[in-house]
Design a protein around this ligand. Structure first.
Ligand code: CA
Length: 131
C-alpha cells in the first residue's frame, strides 16, 4: 500500500490514528482523530495484543510486540474516544473493530492504552506520523 492510498483510506473512513508519547512513530499511546478532534486514546478495558496488531498494521509499523495499558506512555488529554476495543486481529483498520461506541465510557487518562510495534516500516513516509 502506498502512502497516497493510505491517506485516501483515512479520508474515506474519517478516522485517523497515531502513536504519541514515545518520540517514535511506531510506539506509543494510541490516539484517534474523530469528529475533527484528536481525542485520546483507548481505555485499557479489554485492550490486548489482537488490538495492538491492528494498530501496528494500520500504521504500517509491522507486527505488534506488546499492548500496553495504564498510561505506560503517559496520560493523554482531551476526549477518550474508545473503550472495549475488540479486534479479532485480522482487521485492516481499528475502525473495523468492535468497540463500546465513540466517547461512550467512564475511562480515565490513567488507563490510556498504547502499543509497541516491531517498527519494520512498510510505508515510505512514516515521518509524517511523527507529528
Ligand atoms: Ca480487545
Amino acid at each position: 500500500m502506498t502512502s497516497q492510498q493510505k491517506t485516501f483510506y483515512f479520508l474515506t473512513v474519517g478516522v485517523q490514528i497515531k502513536l504519541a508519547g514515545s518520540g517514535f512513530p511506531c510506539t506509543g499511546r494510541v490516539e484517534i482523530l474523530y469528529n475533527n478532534t484528536w481525542g485520546t486514546v483507548f481505555c485499557d478495558d479489554g485492550w490486548d495484543f489482537n488490538d495492538a496488531e491492528v494498530v501496528c498494521r494500520e500504521l504500517g509499523c509491522g507486527a505488534a510486540l506488546h499492548a500496553s495499558n495504564s498510561a505506560h506512555f503517559g496520560p493523554g488529554t482531551g476526549r477518550i474516544w474508545l473503550s472495549g476495543v475488540d479486534c479479532s486481529g485480522s482487521e485492516i483498520s481499528l475502525s473495523e473493530c468492535k468497540h463500546s461506541g465513540f466517547g461512550n465510557n467512564n475511562c480515565e487518562h490513567s488507563q490510556d492504552a498504547g502499543v509497541l510495534c516491531s517498527g519494520e516500516i512498510i510505508c515510505c513516509n512514516c515521518n509524517m506520523l511523527l507529528d
